[in-house]
Write a protein that binds this ligand. Structure first.
Ligand code: NAP
Ligand code: MG
Length: 404
C-alpha cells in the first residue's frame, strides 16, 4: 500500500518523560508506516528549553502560526525539584502558558468515549466539550486582608490621570477580606470568537453560562460580547448548520447539563472552567481519556493530551520496568491534528486515515484490551485484559492495518 500524503508540514512538538516515550511509539507504529508527512520538529524536552533559554518554545509557537496546525506532547513545567533534577538555569514558565499567550488561544477539552466505560452521569451519551476562558478574573487578582474597621473603595483613574469612577466596596466594622479582579474586552472577544469557531467546526451547540443577574456590569459584559459575536458573525452560519447558541445563568447551565445527552460545547468563564473541567474529566472516567486543543482566534490549532508527563510511570520505566500507561489521549491528539490538516488541505484521505486510527483505538478498548487506568473504571467483564503500553499500541496497530 502506498503511503498517504499529508500536503502541508505538521508542527510536531515533542515533550518529556513517559509521554515522550509513548509519543515515539505512536509515531513509529501507528503513523509513519502509513503516512508520508513532513514534520517541523520542535523538541521541547526540558533540557532543550533550558539550553535555548526557552527560545525553542517561542519558535514552536511561531511555527504553528506559519503552518496553522501543530501537535504537542506533554511537557514538564519545572518547579524547584525539577530545577535540581535537571540542573536548570531557572524555573522556566509553563510551555503551554507561553504558547497559549503567543497564540492568544482558548483551550477546549473533550472526553474520549468508549462503550465499556460509563460516565458517572447516566444520561450523558455524547462528549461534553468544555472551553475555558484562560485569562483574568480571580486568576489575576489583587487582594487584601482587611485588618480592622474602615472603608474599602474601588477606584479607576484613566491614562491621563483623571479619576473617572469611585465606588464603595464595603464599610467594614471589623476585619475581613477584599479582592479586585478584571478582564478586558479584547480577551473576552477572543474567547467568544474561539468558542464560536470551535463549536461551528465540530458541529456542536454552544452553551455559555454567567451570572449577569448578580453581576450586572462584569458578567453582563461577557454576555454582551458573546451576543455581539454571535449576531455579527455566526447567526446565519449557525442557523444554516442547525446549531444553537444558548445563554443561560451558570447555575441553570450546571443543573441542565446533568439532564442532557451531552454533545455541546460548554463555554465557561475562567473559574467555572477550572472547576467544571475537572468535574467532567472525572465523571467521564479517566484523565488519559481526555483530549485538548488550543484554538486561536486567527484559526491556528494545537492538539495535545490533557494529562501531564506521567512522571511516576517514567521513573518505573527508567528502572527497566514495563508500564501500563495509556496512550489514547496522545493518539487522539495526532488524529485531531491530522483531521484538521486534511480539512485545511482538502485532502479527505488524511481525515479518513485519522478516523480509522481512532476507530482502531476505540475498538481495542471496547474489546477489553486496555491499560491499568481503564481496568479500574471499565465495566467488569471476563474478557477484559490489562496490557502494557507496547502491547496496547501493537494491538491498535494490527486493528488499523485491517481497516486500511
Ligand atoms: P500527570 O502526568 O497528569 O499524571 C498524574 C497521574 O494520573 C499519574 O500518576 C497516573 O496515575 C495518572 N495518569 C495520567 N495520565 C495517564 C496515562 N496516560 N495513563 C495512565 N495513567 C495516567 O500529572 P503529574 O505526574 O502530576 O505531572 C507530571 C508532569 O506533567 C509535571 O511536571 C507537570 O508539570 C506536567 N504537566 C504537563 C501538562 C501538559 O504539558 N499538558 C499537563 C499537566 C501536567 P497513577 O500514578 O495512579 O497510575
Ligand atoms: Mg482545575
Amino acid at each position: 500500500m502506498p503511503k498517504i500524503k499529508v500536503k502541508t508540514p505538521i508542527v510536531e512538538i515533542d515533550g518529556d518523560e513517559m509521554t515522550r516515550i509513548m509519543w515515539q511509539m505512536v509515531k513509529d507504529q501507528l503513523l509513519l508506516p502509513h503516512l508520508d508527512m513532513n514534520l517541523e520538529y520542535y523538541d521541547l524536552q526540558l533540557k532543550k528549553r533550558d539550553e535555548t533559554d526557552d527560545k525553542i518554545t517561542l519558535d514552536a509557537a511561531e511555527a504553528i502560526k506559519k503552518y496553522g496546525v501543530g501537535v504537542k506532547c506533554a511537557t514538564i513545567t519545572p518547579n524547584k525539584d525539577r530545577v535540581k533534577e535537571y540542573n536548570l538555569k531557572q524555573e522556566w514558565k509553563s510551555p503551554n502558558g507561553t504558547i497559549r499567550a503567543a497564540l492568544d488561544g482558548t483551550v477546549f477539552r473533550a472526553p474520549i468515549l468508549v462503550e465499556n466505560i460509563l460516565p458517572a452521569v447516566r444520561s450523558w451519551k455524547k462528549p461534553i466539550h468544555i472551553g475555558r476562558h484562560a485569562y483574568g478574573d480571580v486568576y489575576k487578582n489583587c487582594e487584601y486582608r482587611v485588618p480592622e474597621a474602615g472603608k474599602a473603595e474601588l477606584l479607576f483613574t484613566n491614562a491621563a490621570g483623571k479619576e473617572l469612577w469611585r465606588g464603595t466596596i464595603q464599610d467594614f466594622n471589623g476585619s475581613g477580606v477584599i479582592q479586585g479582579i478584571h478582564n478586558t474586552d479584547k480577551s473576552i472577544a477572543s474567547f467568544a470568537k474561539a468558542c464560536f469557531t470551535y463549536a461551528y467546526d465540530q458541529k456542536l451547540h454552544l452553551w455559555f453560562g454567567a451570572k449577569d443577574t448578580i453581576s450586572k456590569t462584569y458578567d453582563a459584559q461577557f454576555r454582551k460580547i458573546f451576543d455581539e459575536e454571535y449576531q455579527n458573525n455566526w447567526k446565519t452560519k449557525f442557523d444554516e448548520a442547525g446549531l444553537e447558541y444558548f445563554f443561560t445563568l451558570i447555575d441553570d447551565a450546571v443543573a441542565r447539563i446533568m439532564k442532557t445527552e451531552g454533545g455541546m460545547l460548554w463555554a465557561c468563564k475562567n473559574y467555572d472552567g477550572d472547576v467544571m473541567s475537572d468535574m467532567l474529566g472525572s465523571a467521564y472516567g479517566s484523565l488519559a481519556m481526555m483530549t485538548s486543543v488550543l484554538v486561536s482566534p486567527q484559526g491556528y490549532y494545537e492538539f495535545e493530551a490533557s494529562h501531564g508527563t506521567v512522571q511516576k510511570h517514567y521513573y518505573k520505566y527508567l528502572k527497566g520496568e514495563k508500564t501500563s500507561t495509556n496512550p489514547m489521549a496522545l493518539i487522539f491528539a495526532w488524529t485531531g491534528c491530522l483531521k484538521k490538516r486534511g480539512e485545511l488541505d482538502k485532502t479527505p484521505e488524511v481525515g479518513e486515515f485519522a478516523q480509522k486510527l481512532e476507530d482502531a483505538a476505540l475498538e481495542t478498548v471496547e474489546n477489553g484490551i486496555m491499560t491499568g487506568d481503564l481496568m479500574r473504571v471499565a465495566t467488569p467483564d471476563p474478557k477484559n485484559k490489562q496490557v502494557y503500553t507496547e502491547e496496547f499500541i501493537a494491538e491498535v496497530a494490527n486493528k488499523l492495518v485491517e481497516k486500511l
